[in-house]
Design a binder for this molecule. Structure first.
Ligand SMILES: [Fe+2]
Length: 235
């Protein structure tokens, strides 16, 4: 499989390029609008055609490149049907497989950070968005977040995979790039060591986190797949 992990430092976001070596078709998971040129250069250099952009959820901290890539390369946007982004071309649910050449991308519904979060499993890798981070997890105090739901999602849909499954998260703030299910089950600061659901819910509800800086700009833009409304004439 063709594979590359990109990092956007402004929002500490990871974007992933996955490509089929035979058909040269590719997808991008969680592309960021300000890096469109980087993605286009990389696709070009590898001789790949972008077929889909896959969102793990509607992001509150950056604007998606889904619409810009749709306009420029003709890719289709994939998002969970409950994400609140009806601009998506393909609205998916748990258990759907998105097949692109030899890539078989399994959609696993992992709500709790938001009500429309999914993780994407491809072979021995899972792209967890903001559900499970390396050593942590997404916040649960905005966008219909719920700590009990997040705990159940992580245990049922991610920790149930083999221990050597690779975890590729949506963000990292400490320089990590990849982990494994086994390492997170053992060492994750919020969920590791067999932490109980009750303890996790208490821990998450006691976090005193700052209001997300970009949420008022990013949420409405991402509900439109990153399409920014043109300025009003004469207003
Ligand atoms: Fe998020």
């Amino acid at each position: 499989m063709e594979f590359r992990q990109f990092f956007e430092p402004g929002s500490s976001t990871f974007t992933y390029l996955l490509g089929c070596p035979q058909t040269r078709q590719a997808v991008l998971i969680d592309p960021v609008e300000c890096d469109v040129e980087t993605y286009m250069r990389e696709l070009d250099a590898r001789g790949l055609k972008l077929v889909y952009t896959l969102e793990t959820h509607v992001h509150a901290d950056h604007v998606t490149a889904a619409d810009a890539l749709r306009q420029r390369l003709g890719s289709k946007s994939v998002v969970h049907r409950d994400a609140g982004a009806m601009c998506g071309d393909l609205l998916v649910t748990d258990g759907v497989h998105v097949v692109v050449g030899s890539l078989d991308i399994e959609v696993r519904y992992t709500p709790g950070h938001t009500s429309g979060c999914v993780s994407y499993r491809v072979g021995d890798r899972i792209f967890t968005g903001d559900a499970l981070l390396i050593g942590g997890c997404g916040r649960t105090d905005f966008q219909q977040g719920d700590p009990g739901t997040l705990y159940d999602s992580i245990h049922r849909q991610i920790f149930s995979l083999p221990d050597d499954t690779l975890i590729y998260p949506g963000h990292d703030y400490s320089g990590n790039t990849v982990s494994t299910v086994g390492a997170e089950k053992a060492h994750n600061k919020r969920l590791g060591g067999g932490r109980s659901r009750e303890d996790f819910v208490r821990l998450m509800s006691e976090l005193k986190l700052a209001y997300p800086k970009q949420i008022d700009v990013a949420l409405p833009a991402n509900q439109a797949c990153g399409r920014v409304a043109p300025p009003q004439q004469g207003a």
